[in-house]
Design a protein around this ligand. Structure first.
Ligand code: PRP
Length: 185
């Protein structure tokens, strides 16, 4: 085994992943709890779960199946990291949802809040569409976001300040398919 690699998994193709931070069972249990929290928060439902691609694709799919209220799903696509390991801060909107946002309870579903730049930009943009309510749900929150101007209403896990991959999160488009969340550091 390569000395810098501690996680052994054929999905990794020998690339270095140091440790599993949240295993699949832990994630599933917490996503179930979040589904209950969100169901209680919107007793009448009619929520638009707006998944921020690409990172939220697995989380969103698992989460919406745990929400027991009427719900719609759409996506928003933004990109800031490219192949780098830190956010460029230049958040580009690549796809705008086609669903009417005005008057809806919008729940923006994020995989991870890191610097908070993506959330800041998207919340400004979505708030201007006059939704009935606008809240954030993030599986992971690093709490390192000194620039974050909005509260994250639903948080799955407080995350260590390390570069995390798996369960939708990538490095240079790799590792998104890992069923667990692991650290590259
Ligand atoms: C990542 C991640 C979040 C965002 C968080 O997305 O999925 O959306 O960065 O970073 P921030 O809080 O520092 O802004 P990325 O731009 O890498 O695109 P991806 O979702 O397609 O991986």
């Amino acid at each position: 085994m390569n000395a810098s690699t501690s996680v052994v998994d054929p999905r990794l193709d020998g690339r270095a992943v140091k440790r599993i931070v949240f295993d699949a069972q832990t994630i599933a249990r917490r996503v179930g709890e979040m589904g209950n929290e969100i169901s209680r928060a919107y007793p009448d439902g009619h929520v638009l779960a707006l998944g921020l691609l690409k990172g939220s694709f697995i989380f969103l799919g698992d989460l919406v199946r745990q929400i027991t209220r009427p719900l719609q799903v759409d996506f928003i696509v933004a990109s800031s990291y490219g192949d780098a390991m830190t956010s460029s801060g230049d958040v580009r909107l690549v796809y705008d949802p086609e669903t009417e946002l005005e008057g809806k309870h919008i729940l923006l579903v994020e995989d991870i809040v890191d610097s908070g730049k993506t959330i800041n930009r998207l919340m400004d943009l979505l708030g201007a569409r006059r939704p009935r309510s606008l809240d954030i749900c993030a599986l992971l929150h690093k709490h390192a976001a000194t620039e974050l101007r909005f509260p994250v209403k639903f948080v799955g896990f407080d995350a260590p300040n390390e570069f995390l991959v798996g369960y939708g999160l990538d490095h240079a488009e790799n590792f998104r398919h890992l069923p667990y969340i692991a650290s590259l550091q």
